[in-house]
Design a protein around this ligand. Sequence first.
Ligand SMILES: Cc1cc2nc3c(=O)[nH]c(=O)nc-3n(C[C@H](O)[C@H](O)[C@H](O)COP(=O)(O)OP(=O)(O)OC[C@H]3O[C@@H](n4cnc5c(N)ncnc54)[C@H](O)[C@@H]3O)c2cc1C
Length: 422
Amino acid sequence: MTVLIAGAGIAGLSLALTCQQIGVPFKIFEAVPALKPLGVGINLQPNAVRELFDLGLEADLEDIAVATQEYGFFTKHGLRIWTEPRGKWAGYNWPQYSIHRGALQMLLYDKLMQRAGPQCLETGWRAVGFENSAEGPLLHLVDSGDGTRRTERGSLIVGADGIHSALRAQLEPNEGEPIWGGAVLWRATSQAKPFRTGASMALIGHATQRLVAYPISKPDPETGLVTMNWIAELTYDPDAGWNKEDWNREADIGDFYPAFKDWAFDWIDIPALIKSAEKVFEYPMVDRDPIARWTEGAVTLMGDAAHATYPVGSNGASQAIVDARKLGRAMLDHGVTSSALEAYEAEVLPATRNIVLTNRGSGPDAVLQMIEDRCGGTFDRIEDVASHEELAAHAEKYKKIAGFSIEALNALPRTIPEGARA
Ligand SMILES: Cc1cc2nc3c(=O)[nH]c(=O)nc-3n(C[C@H](O)[C@H](O)[C@H](O)COP(=O)(O)OP(=O)(O)OC[C@H]3O[C@@H](n4cnc5c(N)ncnc54)[C@H](O)[C@@H]3O)c2cc1C
């Protein structure tokens, strides 16, 4: 009997590769007719990179990703508040990677095709609901083109169908649309000169106006330029309403450029970065309230379907990958049974609930507003505004919540032991 997976995003593909690795039969149904490398940059934390290395993807990731060396906070005047090393530079056994979301998705897809063959994934089929039956759970599907309906029976069903999950909607029928907290993100890439270490991630500004920038390519050997991923963020009154979230909605830079036009510093020229973007995508920052359970019988959720969070703290894709591996481990420990789903949920749900709630208010970047409140973003010496100890404690707190404390992660045994088969 087969594990049926709805959705071939980062979560669904990571689970499929994990099932293939441990010998569990699986099949993915993806709503779009063909996978395309959509999105812009994302970050993979060492806890997720470790899992991808255990899936044998180390060499491929080294080719297409940038190992992030440094992460830091800067005021709206470009002054350094706090910087810290990342990945191996920080002492982790694994790097942190900045990578194009579409490139990561296509890497996972290509590896899956090589390892399991094309019959393991059907595109153009949208999951619309499920039923638990004595003979195994049923997944109801609709052809995205002509509306034909069909039903598949599996051993387990996993909803990896993203923030608008149809399977979650069945579990939580009164939940409605994702919740918008008032921030709008404009996301893009531009060709630009690298800054600071050349592989630094910078968060600049404060709670209501922010810009995040980091390279997602190595420098071009001829021009020295990198593909710089950037996200400009402004906050509005949440009651005013905004466009429905859609990762692929194109926007006009006139909507946000004026707010950033004076943010040209000696180490990064934000107006130039914005003006040189090829395409800008607009996305209202939404999440969902944590739910009390996401497993019903032989059906469960993972990734954004289970715990959609604000894209701060680099958790969306990282946590989706970790979910896949924890679910794989639960199948090793409990068999391909609903007990495995219960064990997976018991481990992952409380941790991800904390991440969702923390990202709403006191995510890793809360320090930006703290400094803005204390000095309006201007100082001669940061030590006059906040002590090193205070800033260090703040940085460590979030790492613990998100499961990437250095010592704790390095000491953890592999999630899926080498060679383990279900
Ligand atoms: C097109 C796209 C672009 C994105 N761009 C960014 C970005 O630039 N930056 C960022 O931080 N995050 C981005 N994200 C979100 C990010 O990928 C996720 O937050 C994170 O990787 C968790 O992955 P996931 O697999 O749970 O969800 P997703 O990556 O959203 O994948 C869900 C998958 O399920 C499919 N699907 C949806 N409904 C159904 C259904 N009913 N039946 C079957 N399949 C279904 C979707 O087509 C998609 O392939 C993007 C997501 C998408 C879909």
